[in-house]
Design a protein around this ligand. Sequence first.
Ligand code: HEC
Length: 259
Amino acid sequence: MIDHRLHRLYRHFQELPISMRVLFTGTLLAIGMGYMFALIYVYASDAGRDGNPALTVEDIQMSYRGSPDGTKLEAALTGPMSAMLSVGDRVEIVEWINDGAGKDGFESIVRPIFEKNCLDCHDGSNPHLDNLDGYENTQHVVEQDTGTDLFTLVRVSHIHLFGVTFIFFIVGFIFSHAFIRPIWFKSAVIFTPFLCIAADVSSWYFTKLFAGFAWVVMISGGLMAASFAFMWVVSMYQMWFYTPPKFVLDTDGQGPASP
Ligand code: HEC
């Protein structure tokens, strides 16, 4: 049964001026594209760390805890950097690491591979990329991999919390004009992403301590994407194609506003 009461401040999309609907539509299109790129980025940087091309809980564990038996260099070569060199070269580097990552092996085997495939970006000129130019500089990527370091997590946490709050404030605000019953369901859809981002970001740290928290990272990311998709599709649909029940457009007794 549909609840006929409406809050006096509630306005359905179809009551809003065309200009506002155009603004909402443009915003949703751009934010939707942004979300796609964010998903591609997560996939490209984390999926495949464990050898399985899908994004798995093991990938998340390796990204936050480090790989139990590998170095940062091995993790990069099987993950985000895997496309940068041939399989044969990768095997040579992994063998060099397993043999103790000595200086002689570096000069004869690894240096030529790095010069050919990696130094375009990793020559030290970009302070955010590991410098792979020379044996000394390479030392820190062949130490035991303990996953993303705390400082990086703190940096990414605040960026994520601010960014995600912006996105879901905007999308949730737009979606608040949709006609959805029951109202608790509508509210839950709006609130879920905020719960998820809090659970997600704190689980990055907990995953360092207990591997099981990688599940929370995975599930909250999935729920967040699901509420985003739901709000996006429903808002677009109700804005342009849907005819709400008559009482919705008749909130103030004056009928639908003209555009
Ligand atoms: C086209 C530029 C480019 C090339 C070529 C390149 N890398 Fe990278 N590399 C990057 C970028 C950008 C990042 C940061 C990626 C990120 O944070 O997701 C990175 C990250 C890394 C990391 C750190 C990964 C981590 O977990 O923090 C290592 C190690 C690495 N690369 C090694 C290599 C090796 C070895 C090669 C050559 C086989 C190589 N890279 C070739 C751009 C490049």
